[in-house]
Design a protein around this ligand. Structure first.
Ligand code: PLP
Length: 382
């Protein structure tokens, strides 16, 4: 029997944690009734839903649980927020160039191009410049701002806290897509931030569940993400996924904030050692290394050969890695993140994204480093 694959694609998705799985099964077996129905069992399901809403709100330091809206994931939540922002003003939206396609495409669909200001990205750190937003605010060009918390490709941590303060002082709504941050780093500050979106399957909570946190005070129009039934206090129509919610919140509460911080410190040492080896021995170019990044993420340009060749060989050696969105490079669809990082077309086709997990250990990173070096030698010998 071949050895199990060593998984290094946690930014794409994560396996459901054991405690989350148990919470899912318990809710699916005991509370499968529709929370909107009127008999006793439905009332119990509704009660459980509110219990999980309060637990999630509490985790974010939020006193009003009704600010939490459960969704099917971050895509749905981001789509809804962008649509809402487009509908509640006629001015501009400042948005980073490196958003996930579910934000980027929603912006392109919902906002006229003349209303959109693209916040430039620093090529060394992968970070957006809050001064750009400051200037737009001073010129009264903005109705809203959307900047993700952590980038899914490079792992760059964006200055969302500073931007949130700028927006609050200017009375402008702020949205941050925190799908890659939540579960990996402490969530302090998100409760006062504005619109915040998260996704369960990025932190062991299973697929098909996510959430949106609404701002402390409703700004602009009341939030109606989807039309239909009156679920989620009228903010998100559709029968609630109680087992998904139970698993998501259980997974989120598994790690306290202090243990996340020490894990981040230890894990980034493993990741940094891995990168140092690849830089010194193979000359890879690490992206966004000049700024703060998620502890689990490494994205780099390989010295030769197309990334799909590397990915296939690494898969044969038992390692699951990713080309990120750069995989579409060379097919007439260059990655926005790679472009913002200043890569040329050829470099985009040589990018790999590695993203470890909470339990990934030093030998895992060392073995991956050896496998990459062996693959490089093999590809060069061809
Ligand atoms: N936003 C970011 C930053 C992501 O990384 C992802 C997932 O890849 C999403 C949004 C979409 O999340 P979901 O799969 O929950 O729709």
């Amino acid at each position: 029997m071949s050895a199990p694959t060593r998984y290094f694609d946690f930014n794409a998705t994560t396996p459901m944690s054991e405690t989350a799985r148990r919470a899912w099964v318990e809710a699916a077996e005991s509370h499968w009734h529709n929370p909107s129905s009127l008999y006793r069992e439905a009332g119990e399901a509704r009660h459980r839903l509110e219990f999980w809403r309060e637990a999630l709100a509490d985790h974010f330091g939020i006193d009003e649980p009704e600010r939490v809206v459960f969704t099917s994931g971050a895509t749905e939540a981001n789509n809804a927020v962008i649509r809402h922002l487009a509908g509640s003003g006629s001015g501009g939206l400042a948005v980073s160039e490196i958003e996930h396609p579910c934000v980027e495409m929603a912006v392109n669909l919902s906002f006229a191009a003349t209303r959109v200001r693209r916040i430039p990205t620093d090529r060394e750190s992968g970070s957006v410049d809050p001064d750009f937003i400051r200037h737009c605010i001073a010129r009264k060009e903005l109705d809203a701002v959307s900047v993700m918390a952590a980038n899914n490709e490079t792992g760059t941590l964006q200055p969302w806290q500073e931007i949130a303060v700028l927006c609050r002082e200017a009375g402008i709504p702020f949205h941050t897509d925190a799908a890659q941050w939540i579960g990996k780093l402490p969530v302090e500050g998100f409760g006062e931030c504005g619109y915040v979106t998260g996704s369960a399957h990025k932190f062991g909570g299973g697929k098909g569940a996510g959430f949106l946190i609404l701002p402390e005070e409703e700004t602009g129009e009341p939030f109606h993400g989807f039309v239909g039934g009156p679920q989620e206090h009228g903010r998100r129509a559709g029968t609630e996924n109680l087992p998904g919610v139970a698993a998501m919140v259980t997974a989120l509460l598994e790690r306290d904030e202090a243990s996340l911080l020490s894990l981040a410190e230890k894990q980034s040492e493993f990741r940094n050692a891995f990168e140092e080896q690849l830089v010194s021995q193979m000359g890879v170019k690490v992206l966004a290394s000049a700024g703060p990044r998620l502890w689990n993420t490494s994205m780099f340009v390989l010295p030769h050969s197309r990334n799909l060749k590397w990915l296939t060989r690494l898969s044969q050696r038992g390692f699951a890695v990713s080309t990120g969105s750069a995989c579409s490079a060379g097919k007439g669809n260059p990655s926005a993140v790679m472009m913002a990082m200043g890569l040329d077309h050829d470099e985009m086709g040589r990018v790999l994204r590695i993203s470890g997990g909470w339990e990934t250990n030093a030998p895992d990173w060392e073995d991956l480093s050896s496998a990459i070096r062996e693959t490089g030698a093999e590809l060069q010998a061809q």
